[in-house]
Design a protein around this ligand. Sequence first.
Ligand code: ADP
Ligand code: MG
Length: 364
Amino acid sequence: MMEINKEENIRLGLHRSDYMLDSETGSLLQIELNTISASFPGLGSLVSELHRTLINQYGKLFCLDSKRIPGNAASSRFAEALARAWHEFNVDSAVIMMIVQPEERNMYDQYWLAKHLKESHGITTIRKTLSEVEAEGHVLPDGTLIIDGRTVSLVYFRAGYTPNDYPSEAEWNARLLIEQSSAVKCPSISYHLVGTKKIQQELAKPNILERFLENKEQIAKICKCFAGLWSLDDEEIVKSAIQNPELFVLKPQREGGGNNIYGLDVRETLIKLQKEGGDALAAYILMQRIFPKASLANLVRGGACHEALTISELGIYGAYLRNKDKVLMNDQSGYLMRTKVSSSDEGGVAAGFAVLDSLYLTDK
Ligand code: ADP
Ligand code: MG
């Protein structure tokens, strides 16, 4: 696609920036920025609603006030951003195509976006796997993407972020077909790549944000959210991670949970990668391990409740839309609170590690 250098005027990003509260400094440090398939705008906002209702009913018993749970309109805001991108494309009969996994486990989260799109904006969403796109899709000479006889104005990826989503050439062909078309892609290839751990690490280097932002105060605010991030060509940091592996997380360029390396495995893997030589080390970055304060919570999974020491991760959704040089949306779009047993390294809800939760604001 870089060789073709195709013009992409309408850009839509539906992002989620994740943070943990570092207990030592009391500051929110960024875990990562998700630029593809940022999940749980649908179910996350329902859980905030559930908690507010429960506190309204039983809160007095525990001296809790439901107003302290901030409103969370993530699903309607993401649907609004999708609808505005659809309007920019400006073909009334066109549909939005959601790319999903063949055995999609998160369809009830995705459902809420499709529901808001239909009920509030009159826009139809179709769901297709990448292999269905390859079988049913083609691109007209003017760039129009046709799937199953229908014009697609926007392709919203809720799959396509892990190598498992590309088991054969068919899925790669489908991705290429989508890229070659004039449909808006959420995300575009470049936004997809911006979500990699490598770019996160590069952006945290001194004087890099200055290339993208002018306002010094904003730059300082953003830098305060960066944890320590290092490329593995830094021999000193690799040495100290081998000495104190518990203070680091080793991350490959993967999404979707379950891929990071923690604890003694950090030491073992680094030594192995050093022996392999070549580009082996370049596939990873090192990150400072963040230690949030643990607190007691009641977790409900599969209908069973159990009490455990837990830590939480806060995600802030953001929607960004531009057409050529004109920025049409750049908004905060609600939040996702996830809570997991403090002894678990990984954090994903769909990956089976965490549960959905809400924020409760206090005066301190
Ligand atoms: P993925 O793209 O697979 O979601 P993340 O970078 O979000 O990768 O890491 C997955 C989980 O691992 C996070 O949700 C968080 O619970 C935990 N984690 C990631 N980085 C750190 C860190 N620096 N310190 C502590 N925990 C971390
Ligand atoms: Mg993550």
